[in-house]
Each structure stands twice: as C-alpha cells, then as structure tokens.
Design a protein around this ligand. Structure first.
Ligand code: BGP
Length: 487
C-alpha cells in the first residue's frame, strides 16, 4: 500500500452533545439535544416538551413539537446528553489516549450554550476557558484541532422563543457565538466547519423549528446558509489563514438497476446532497432546486444582499461523513427501507449490512470522493466514517473488534486508491466516535464506533472507565506508517 500524502490528518471525530456531558455545568444552559431521550433500534428517541398549558408531552423527532411548547426535562427520564460519555471530566485522559494512537488531528464540536448562555449575545468565560484548555492539551501533543461550530446543537431558548432557525435573529446570535470562538482560538485553530450534516437538518431537534413542513424547513435552511456564509466571511477577517469547510452527510445512492425510472430517482436523491454543496461551494441555489421550489410552491424570503453573501461566503473545503450507500427502487414498497443516517433508504442487495442494517460499501467511498472532486475541485476531508457495532467485553477485559478493523481497512484502501489512482485531494480522515459515545440516530450506547471502550450501557449504568479495543493498536500502526501498513 502506498503511503498517504505528507501531513495527512489522521485522527478521530466526536460531537459535544454525544460525548461531552456536563449539560448544566460550568455555566452551560439547556440545548434541545438535552431533552432528547435515549432509545435503541426498536424504541425511537423522543423529544420532551411542555405545552403552553403546562402539559408535558413527548414526540419522536419525525413528529412536530406543538407551537408554543418549550423544551422540558422530565424528572426520572434518561437523557443521554446530560452526562454522555463524560469528556467534560475525562478530557485529559482521553486526549492522552488519542495522542498514544498518534492522532494528527481531532475533530470535535463546541456546545453553543457553553459559550453563550441560552444562545444569546453574552459570553460565559468558563466555557471559553474549557475549550481553550482542551485545545491547549491537543496542541501539547501536536494534535491539530478541527472544530465543528454547530453539530446538531440548538440552544433551547432560541428554539422556544425565536422558533430556532426560522428566525433571522438566530443568524445574529450564531454570528456572535462564532465571533467569540474565532477570536478566542484564532492563533491555535486553523480548521473549522460550520454546520454538521447540513443536508439532514430538520425539525425541532436540529433546527429548533416547531414544524416539519417544507416551507418552514427550507426557510430555516436559508437562514442556516446565510449564517454559514457570514461565519466564513467573519472567520476570514479574523484570521485569513483559517480553513473553513462545510459538512454534508454523503449518503450516496445508486439505481437498483438500469430501468430509467430508477436511474432518474437516484439522480434526484443525489441532487439532495449536491444541493448543499452547490450552495456552499459554488455559492448559489442550483437550477433544479429553484424549479422544485416553484413546483412545490415554496417561497424563500430573502433579504437584499443574501445571494451576494452566499457567493462571497463559499467554503475552503468539503467535509463529509460516509458510512453507507443506498439504492433507488421506485417499484419497491417503502416498508423494506432501513434508517441510515436518519434517512429511510433501500438497501443494495449486493452488499453486506451492519447490525443496524447499514450497507457496507468501501468502493462507494472511492465513488464518493471521485464524484465530489470531479464536480467541485476543492479539497475534501472525510470527517466521519466507521462501523457502529455491538462489542463484547471478554472475561479478561479484551475487546476483539476485528469487524471494525476490517471495515476501516477497506475504507482506507478505497481512500488510498482515490488519492493515488484518481488524483483526488484529501486533507484527512477522522473516523467517527473514535471513543465510544451516544448514537445520534438511536440515542443508545450499545451502538459503538470507538477504538476506546467506555463502560456505560443504554440506561446510563457503568463506571465510565476507558479501555483499549483491539482496533486501538491497529489504528496506531496505520497512523505510524502513514497508511502503508493496514494489516
Ligand atoms: C452522523 C452524525 C454523527 C453520528 C453518526 C453516526 O449522522 O454526524 O453525529 O452519530 O452519523 O450515526 P449514529 O450515531 O446514528 O450511528
């Protein structure tokens, strides 16, 4: 296997709401993620709220929280984000383990409400200090911080009072937060990303909106685009050397066969990913989306200057997550679909699937890298990839996760081919959940991705102790050899 390019950013990725915990500690206030309950494959996560009349209710994230209702923590109910896997109290120990694996980079997100209480224009110095200490610790080991400004993170106050991203005021509040962190870490952090998996943001949990209708959703997303473009502009003023990326969930779709109807359905599916890159990389709403808005009667209210701003605030690189691929089959019933990255999709019959039904497709990663680079010609960063699996702790404490090693090895080979055979430009690779954390989709602990195991179960029982899985030493050797030794 040929080595990866010099300076390739091997590392790992996490997100605050799934890993950090300390949900009301150190001046942090409530986020919508903090009223999202645990669940598992058979029991969906629920969002809990209180209505205007004081009634307590719960809905799944696919349903709407009633207008006027506010985020509410129900006593005795388990909310995984409250403690998560407790990075808040284990950060030194965890970063030392990342350093031991040889990480060159570490992607994490900042909790908006830890920096700005309630997401408003005030600074919580304790929060600024917390991430400052984390960044210093990373730099001590030569690990490059890669920061996601917003990873499924909506201040509850902004959701409840402003209806989240449906309001333009949320843009100003977000910009205030960006200004604080850009300035605080401007000499220490180079790589940033604005919104995690912008293509799958929807509803109350991610956009803070009390509705799921397309009009409200696309209006809110327009505000997210504007906020992202403004953040890019602001970041460049603060430090012209910043590299600021966008982040998309690249769930590539193939037609199940060569029937033109399936080929077309697949094209449409992929356009729903490309739309976000077209806006954030090319700086404009693409023709096919404008036509869709026209057909569906969706009218996006824009302010003067919005379109110019989108043009100016384009990103430096494309960060993306890649776990699986799907197929389009217009003749199949909807029932056979699986939920992959929170989208219901049909599975490719030629591929094996994970314990959660996600199709394992390493060559698809080479297809993804090629398609993205052919179309946009900007550097890419694989900021999430991995296998969510049930792990077994043996009596001697060991965890033999060969299935995870095999998955990652095959995907790394595909990256290597994309670089050396196709000529794509790839900045780095940060596998998801490099240390065990809560699943975003199901809210459970037992769907594990890590090289490092954490003793915690789906109900929050466990002593939080950290231990190395077999994949820990394997990944260490991958990094040490700059991707040459994958055995
Ligand atoms: C992406 C998210 C992550 C992460 C990952 C795995 O959609 O950006 O936050 O959790 O997918 O998904 P899950 O946790 O549902 O297995």
């Amino acid at each position: 296997m040929k080595k990866f390019p010099d300076g390739f950013l091997w590392g790992g990725a996490t997100a605050a709401n799934q890993y950090e915990g300390g949900y009301l500690s150190g001046g942090k206030t409530l986020a919508v993620a903090d009223v999202f309950t645990g669940g598992d494959q058979n029991n969906p996560r629920m969002v809990s709220f209180k209505t205007k009349d004081g009634e307590v209710g719960r809905v799944t994230s696919k349903e709407s929280v009633p207008e006027g209702a506010t985020a509410h923590v129900i006593p005795d109910q388990y909310y995984p984000s409250h403690v998560a896997t407790d990075f808040y109290h284990h950060w030194k120990e965890d970063i030392a383990l990342f350093a031991e694996m040889g990480f060159k980079s570490y992607r994490f997100s900042i909790n908006w409400t830890r920096i700005c209480p309630d997401g408003l224009q005030e600074v919580n110095e304790e929060g600024v200090q917390f991430y400052g200490d984390v960044i210093d610790e990373l730099l001590k080991y030569g690990i490059e911080p890669v920061i996601t400004l917003n990873h499924f993170d909506m201040p509850a106050h902004l959701a409840d009072v402003y209806d989240g991203w449906s309001s333009r005021e949320t843009i100003d509040n977000f910009l205030f937060y960006c200004d604080v962190v850009f300035n605080a870490y401007k000499d220490k952090v180079k790589y940033w990303m604005t919104f995690n998996e912008i293509n799958i943001l929807s509803g109350y949990t991610k956009l803070g909106i009390h509705s799921n209708d397309p009009q409200t959703t696309y209006q809110a997303k327009h505000h997210v685009f504007v906020a992202s473009a403004k953040a890019v502009e602001l970041g460049r003023q603060i430090n012209p050397d910043f590299e600021i990326g966008m982040m998309v969930c690249y769930l590539l779709n193939y037609p199940i066969d060569s029937k033109p109807e399936n080929v077309f359905a697949s094209l449409q599916f992929n356009r729903d990913l490309e739309f976000y890159m077209d806006v954030q990389v090319n700086g404009e709403y693409p023709h096919y989306k404008l036509k869709e808005f026209e057909r569906e009667g969706i009218e996006i209210k824009m302010e003067d200057g919005d379109l110019e701003l989108l043009k100016r605030g384009t990103v430096d690189y494309i960060g993306f997550s890649y776990y699986m691929t799907s197929v389009s089959d217009v003749y199949a019933s909807e029932e056979g679909r699986v939920i992959g990255n929170q989208m219901a999709v049909h599975t490719n019959p030629y591929l094996e699937v994970s314990d959660w039904g996600w199709a394992v497709d390493p060559l698809g990663l080479r297809v993804a890298l090629s398609k993205i680079y052919d179309r946009y010609r900007v550097p890419m960063f694989i900021v999430e990839n991995g296998l969510g699996a049930y792990d077994t702790v043996e009596e001697d404490g060991s965890i033999n996760d060969d299935y995870r090693i095999n998955y990652l090895r095959d995907h790394i080979k595909a990256m290597n081919d994309a670089i050396h055979l196709d000529g794509v430009e790839l900045l780095g690779y940060t596998p998801w959940g490099c240390i065990d954390l809560v699943s975003a989709g199901t809210g459970e602990m037992e769907k594990r991705y890590g090289f490092i195991h954490i003793d915690l179960d789906n109900d929050g029982n466990g002593d939080m102790s950290r231990s190395k899985k077999k994949s820990f030493d394997w990944y260490k050797q991958v990094i040490e050899s700059n991707g040459e030794n994958l055995d």
